[in-house]
Design a protein around this ligand. Structure first.
Ligand code: APR
Length: 311
């Protein structure tokens, strides 16, 4: 069986760590692409030199040339710039959409059948833009949200209860922003609802911490944003696709009427397999959860409407 090929665009903090997880999981050969000369080559060589020590046989190539990404099965896009002092939110969006356009065009030219996994923020808007620029069927485009946000919520629940992270599950839907919707009724420890294990105040505190978890890391790091958990989470999504695992992972997926959303991407529970987003699972939401979800959708829609890339 031919080896699979995975490309990571953006060899910064998230991209380089994603390449590491993909290689450790031996999902295939990995191409690391960045606009800066030398950086992807240097990080790829460094990773290749870790291979004999950690015993992984993925080949890793660093490049600035899209031709090296030819025939990728999965492409993870982390390229972008962080918000700089004095930069408005819409300046950031327009800059990152411009970067995304050049990246997506470069990728689909050489890999017309790839699955695109978007990590660049603001996430849900970038996924929509990637879809528009790529002309790919929407099941092949998805964005990192619930896998990361749910992972963070799981970590907080496990810390609070002193139990194994393996036994904790949590579901976060909606946009990958402060308006995300952690669903306490679907958070469990080995099937036991957390609402039976923790006081309502503790559960609320965990949900609020989850919503602000990205900002908590930025506040500590001061000069950057999170990268270990984001890279691990997107590698988990890539694994589900490469191995056709049919994992149920909430992510920014294209909705065509599900949850009352049509024609855009938002965080919902999805079945991920060889055909990308194979199915969206519709779960029951209580009135307040639906209200929060709808306002999250409206926030993303507002940002999309600001873009000049059409509907
Ligand atoms: N083509 C390829 N790479 C690019 C381009 C481009 N047009 N423009 C920028 N890059 C690269 C940068 O050179 C840099 O190496 O993208 C990389 C971004 O890396 P970092 O600045 O370290 O950012 P990182 O922490 O990895 O975050 C990347 O992921 O979680 C999100 O909000 C985060 O949008 C951000 C993205």
């Amino acid at each position: 069986m031919a080896r699979k090929k995975l490309t990571v665009v953006g060899a910064g903090h998230v991209g380089a760590h994603t390449a590491l997880w993909l290689a450790l999981k031996e999902l295939g050969d990995v191409v690391l692409l960045d606009i800066i000369e030398g950086v992807p080559q240097g990080k790829a060589l460094d990773l290749a030199e870790a291979a004999p020590i950690e015993e992984f046989d993925s080949r890793i190539k660093g490049t600035n040339d899209y031709r090296d990404t030819e025939n990728s099965d999965v492409v993870i896009i982390t390229a972008g710039i962080p918000r700089k002092p004095g930069m408005s939110r819409s300046d950031l969006i327009n800059t990152n959409v411009g970067i995304l356009k050049s990246v997506v065009e470069g990728i689909v030219k050489y890999s017309p059948n790839a699955h695109l996994l978007i990590v660049t923020n603001p996430l849900d808007v970038m996924v929509y833009a990637a879809w528009k620029f790529s002309n790919l069927p929407p099941n092949k485009i998805m964005g990192l949200s619930g896998a990361l946000d749910g992972g963070r919520m799981r970590a907080f629940i496990a810390m609070e209860l002193g139990v194994s992270v393996e036994d904790v599950h949590a579901m976060v839907i909606g946009g990958h922003a402060d308006e995300m919707v952690p669903l306490k009724r679907y958070a469990t420890v080995s099937g036991i609802p957390v609402t039976q294990l923790l006081s309502p105040e503790k559960v609320d505190a965990i949900m609020n911490r989850t919503k602000k978890a990205g900002g908590e890391i930025v506040g500590l790091l001061k000069t950057g944003s999170a990268y270990y958990a984001p890279s691990a989470a997107v590698a988990e999504m890539a694994e589900a696709i490469i191995k056709d695992k049919k994992r149920v992972i909430p992510c920014a997926a294209y909705c065509d009427g599900q949850y009352g959303v049509r024609g855009m991407f938002i965080g919902v529970p999805a079945v991920l397999g060889a055909n990308g987003v194979e199915k969206i699972i519709e779960i029951e939401l209580e009135d307040n959860e639906r209200k929060e979800f709808n306002s999250s959708v409206a926030a993303v829609k507002g940002l999309i409407d600001e873009l000049k890339i059409g509907k």
